[in-house]
Design a protein around this ligand. Structure first.
Ligand SMILES: Nc1ncnc2c1ncn2[C@@H]1O[C@H](COP(=O)(O)OP(=O)(O)OP(=O)(O)O)[C@@H](O)[C@H]1O
Length: 375
């Protein structure tokens, strides 16, 4: 985070579709967060959690039903003229005229910006330099996504909104996009992105929030959010050992296939205890696998546990029916859990990813810290 300036500031945001009362639907139910200048902030969430509904308000495309939103110090809906030239928006669907070529689209878009970057520069940066004469309708899905990103960048935005920017991109395209976003962040651009790819959030985000049913279920740095989940050790119960003989200090569960699982907040200490015990008993721990919690586990825990929670589907606790953007400013919603960590969203950004279009559930591939069994 380069500055304390709140470039995006959201307090108790609510968004309701349809009428007040029973007929309407509260898609966003009291969201509060802020994003500092030069920070990359990721909004994650289950399908229908309210990410796009939130981002549309921040982009000034829709008014909030309640709460207060500021982008660069302005109300993005009511003061659109002040905000729009300073932001770049990559929607889920770009919707560019299909008969224009890539070059014509870039020229048209550049004509709308006051200090446009050269079209060739953004097309080069997004890997479209060799496709300038191709019509939009002839581009592949991934190429259209690149064009969407290129056009979001053309006006040299201070704030960039990326709604699922790498959906439909192949692994190389995704890496390229991550690299580009990293460069933009390093040059001071503030980025708010939504994504279903947890590894994307881990790779890019300084901070993130996981939404579920219109609320933030947890927020913080990627390291802080995952640190809230226990690590896991697994191995096969050695022949001749009964569960009661395992070290008592370890909370071990044994399934019917005699696989042992230990959940622990102190991975190194627990692993040490286990390995010393195995050494003393002259045992081999077959299939030994020890790994820290992943963002995926944090995500799935939220999706699972909150689904069963008390916030379900009433559709009636949301908007106050007014159309004001300066309503109650009572601060963060009570259900936000923050896990701020000194790890602070470091700037080294590894990459590995899979592609796909709007997957039903987020997936995150995580390397396992496999510890091989001896003997
Ligand atoms: N125009 C609309 N009218 C009524 N309900 C809507 C409208 N747009 C979205 N919704 C509902 O609001 C909820 C939030 O939708 P939104 O698109 O914001 O979620 P999301 O988190 O972006 O989902 P996804 O990850 O699937 O893209 C969903 O239940 C959706 O069906």
């Amino acid at each position: 985070m380069e500055s304390d300036e709140r470039v995006i500031d959201v307090t108790d945001l609510r968004r309701r579709y349809g009428s007040a009362g029973k007929g309407g639907f509260d898609a966003v139910r009291g969201l509060s967060f802020s994003v500092a200048r030069g920070e990359v902030f990721a909004l994650l969430g289950t399908n229908g959690a309210g990410k796009t509904s939130t981002v549309e308000v921040l982009e000034g495309l829709a008014p909030p039903t309640g709460g207060r939103v500021r982008v660069l110090g302005h109300d993005p809906y009511r003061e659109r003229a002040a905000v729009r030239p300073r932001i770049g928006v990559m929607l889920q669907e770009g919707g560019f005229p299909s008969d224009l070529t890539v070059a014509e689209t870039a020229r048209m878009w550049a004509g709308c910006a006051s200090a446009a970057r050269p079209a060739g520069e953004v097309l080069e940066a997004t890997g479209l330099a060799g496709r300038t004469k191709v019509r939009v309708k002839q581009l592949s899905g991934g190429e259209r996504r690149r064009l969407d990103l290129a056009m979001a960048l053309i006006g040299r935005p201070e704030v960039l909104f990326l709604d699922e920017p790498t959906t439909g991109l192949d692994a190389e395209g995704r890496r390229e996009t991550w690299r580009l976003v990293g460069e933009l962040r390093d040059s001071g651009t503030t980025v708010l992105l939504t994504t279903h790819y947890l590894e994307e959030a881990e790779a890019l985000a300084d901070r993130l929030a996981i939404m579920h049913r219109g609320r933030i279920a947890t927020a913080g740095t990627p390291a802080g959010v995952t640190a809230s989940r226990p690590s896991r050790i697994r191995f096969h119960l050695p022949n001749g050992v009964v569960p009661g003989e395992l070290p008592l200090s370890l909370r071990a569960a044994v399934d019917e296939d005699l696989r042992v699982e230990i959940r622990t907040e102190r991975l190194q200490e627990s692993l040490g205890t286990l390995l010393r015990w195995a050494e003393e008993q002259d045992l081999t721990l077959g299939g030994l696998d020890a790994r820290s919690a992943s963002l995926e586990e944090a995500f799935l825990a939220i999706a699972g546990s909150v689904t069963d929670g008390a916030d379900g589907g009433d559709g009636g606790d949301g908007g106050d029916g007014s159309d004001t953007t300066d309503g109650a400013d009572e601060g963060a919603g009570g259900d936000v859990r923050h896990h701020e960590e000194p790890a602070g969203g470091g700037n080294s950004r590894p990459a590995a990813a899979s592609a796909g279009r709007r997957p039903a559930a987020a997936t995150g591939e995580r390397p396992a810290a496999d510890a091989g069994a001896r003997r």
